[in-house]
Design a binder for this molecule. Structure first.
Ligand code: C2E
Ligand code: CA
Ligand code: CA
Ligand code: CA
Length: 285
């Protein structure tokens, strides 16, 4: 009775104390990594369907810790968001991506103009709600010399569940700088249509969960993907499909009018220095 109940409670407390210690340890290590250059960015290319060329790349944070080994971005980004470390991490990612992208090669786009490859950077809700965020973006551009139109910020639906009005205002100021905005993981939240109505954005990124079954004729996912593409185009936005792994998926998406493709079919994320030697020489699809 009573004793057993007490023991169980003690055990449960010990268990969660161990978890708490591990979490504090990871938080300390992450803080050090951010301060001491222990994080890296990898880049995953974006292929333009019309030209069959790489036109940009998404920056994805990587962390391999001396004590903890490699930690998955889903884990350390979540921890960073919960502890406020995402402010420094996000600022680092923004500055690093701009600095590295400023050295990337030019390519000839479909309109015959030579452009620099675009870089897209993930932005968390916590960052978006900071009053200093617009200035952080402007500083990263000024420091690197990157043209604003070469930078795109990816935001998720969950990022804007809080204060939609304040977020929209911040995003409008960022767009006024000439930076583009992409709605990331589109379709996975519960307010996708509200997002389209209320947020100024240039690109919709269809979430991988819709892409997985897109090659199945008349699957619900392929109907929804087509709907997203047509709706985005009617609103003057372009569409990027995430997590494209097979040729069948790429062909279906191209047939639906999807503008850019991203996924393992084209390339896994790589360090910037390695990535371009592999991407540049040939057409991708
Ligand atoms: P995300 O922004 O949705 O990024 C796409 C994720 O899908 C990446 O996972 C990428 O490596 C993976 N992926 C790309 N193509 C394929 C594919 O064909 N198949 C499969 N199975 N996966 C593919 P990753 O790199 O593990 O990043 C996970 C998440 O962590 C990102 O999801 C993003 O939300 C977050 N994240 C990463 N870096 C940053 C950052 O610098 N700042 C913020 N705020 N979040 C970041
Ligand atoms: Ca993203
Ligand atoms: Ca995504
Ligand atoms: Ca995602």
């Amino acid at each position: 009775g009573r004793v057993t109940h007490f023991d169980a409670e003690v055990l449960a407390t010990r268990g969660s104390q161990a978890e708490l210690r591990a979490r504090h340890h990871m938080e300390r290590r992450l803080r050090l990594a951010i301060a001491n250059g222990g994080l890296r960015l990898h880049y995953q290319p974006l292929a333009e369907v019309a030209s069959n060329r790489i036109v940009g790349a998404e920056a994805l944070a990587r962390w391999e810790d001396d004590e903890l080994g490699p930690v998955s971005p889903n884990e350390f980004i979540k921890l960073a968001e919960e502890t406020g470390l995402i402010i420094d991490l996000g600022r680092w990612a923004l500055r690093t991506a701009c600095r590295e992208a400023a050295t990337w090669p030019m390519f000839e786009s479909t309109d015959g103009i030579r452009r620099r490859m675009k870089v897209t950077v993930n932005v968390s809700a916590v960052q978006l709600s900071q009053p200093s965020f617009v200035r952080d973006v402007a500083d990263a551009l000024a420091e690197s010399g990157l043209l604003p139109r070469t930078l795109c910020l990816e935001i998720t639906e969950t990022a804007v569940i809080g204060d939609m009005h304040a977020t929209a205002k911040n995003l409008q100021e960022i767009r006024d700088l000439g930076v583009t905005i992409a709605l990331d993981d589109f379709g996975t939240g519960y307010s996708s249509l509200t997002m389209l109505r209320d947020l100024p954005a240039d690109v919709v990124k269809i979430d991988k969960s819709f892409i997985d079954k897109i090659a199945e004729e008349a699957s619900t996912d392929s109907v929804l993907a087509r709907l997203v593409i047509e709706t985005a185009h009617s609103l003057g936005m372009s569409v990027c499909a995430e997590g494209v792994e097979t040729n069948e998926q790429a062909e279906r998406l191209a047939g639906m009018g999807c503008d850019t493709l991203q996924g393992w079919l084209i390339s896994k994320p790589r360090p910037g220095s390695e990535a371009f030697t592999e991407w540049l020489p040939s057409a991708v699809l």
